[in-house]
Write a protein that binds this ligand. Structure first.
Ligand SMILES: NC(=O)c1ccc[n+]([C@@H]2O[C@H](COP(=O)([O-])OP(=O)(O)OC[C@H]3O[C@@H](n4cnc5c(N)ncnc54)[C@H](OP(=O)(O)O)[C@@H]3O)[C@@H](O)[C@H]2O)c1
Length: 214
């Protein structure tokens, strides 16, 4: 497949990039700076620029793009609305037949979705601690919900941790502060969503089966 991966220098994106390369996908990435270990990334097409630069995003989405993997994350120095703004630009620019596969987070909700009691508490906590991140992630889901014509799907992992690949499960709406997902499981879940005819228009909560209590 021809895949464009956003966030390839991040913790999740690095694992996704390895999956793409080992599966033989033609991979394009958008980078703000070169990979630190550039020699290890032969065969990847790189476009330099920010995901908030529409021209750079357009260059990173060739006409033959089959799928987009979106693993961009905000930190304290990020622009507000990073994920939702980038997603809007990508949806406008990518070929109509391409599939958009994204990683959101466990605290984000689609408009009208009913959270469990624990998830409501967790969202209240996020509103106090990382309000801009929560707003951005909610806005990304609201945007996608307004684009049923786009072939999109995603996942909402519980807190991401390093560690070996395990099995992952769909967590439903259940939520526990002890749930974890390894980066490997998260990347695998996204790779499993790549086939164009897979389930679309949903973003299940996922967690690693064996890492729920530490
Ligand atoms: N970490 C967790 O516990 C957790 C839990 C649930 C969900 N998630 C979600 O998982 C995803 C990935 O998380 P992560 O931990 O891998 O994040 P991360 O390590 O912070 O990586 C963030 C990635 O986004 C890129 N990025 C940031 N601003 C950008 C911009 N303006 N243009 C282009 N790229 C930009 C970064 O590129 P640079 O190298 O250029 O900065 C980096 O590649 C995020 O959507 C996050 O919300 C994370």
């Amino acid at each position: 497949m021809n895949i464009t991966l956003y966030g390839s220098t991040g913790q999740l994106g690095r694992v996704l990039l390895m999956h793409c390369l080992s599966a033989g996908h033609q991979t394009t990435t958008l980078l703000r700076r070169p990979f630190p270990d550039d020699d290890a990334h032969h065969g990847i097409k790189t476009v330099y620029g920010s995901g908030l630069d529409e021209k750079a995003v357009a260059q990173s989405l060739p006409e033959n793009t089959d799928a987009v993997l979106f693993a961009v994350g905000m930190n304290r120095s990020s622009e507000n609305h990073l994920c939702s703004t980038m997603t809007e630009t990508i949806l406008k620019t990518m070929p109509a037949s391409a599939r958009f596969v994204f990683c959101s987070c466990w605290s984000a909700l689609f408009p009208g979705e009913k959270p469990s009691f624990l998830l409501r508490c967790a969202r209240q906590y996020c509103r106090q601690t990382t309000p801009l991140l929560l707003q951005d992630k909610d806005a990304q889901l609201a945007l996608l919900a307004h684009h049923p014509e786009v072939n999109w799907c995603g996942i909402r992992p519980m807190r991401l941790v390093s560690g070996p690949s395990q099995e992952y499960s769909r967590g439903g709406f259940g939520f526990s502060p002890f749930f974890r997902t390894t980066y490997d499981d998260c990347a695998q879940a996204m790779m499993n969503l790549l086939p164009a005819k897979g389930t679309s228009h949903e973003a299940p909560f996922i967690r690693s089966i064996k890492s729920t209590t530490h």
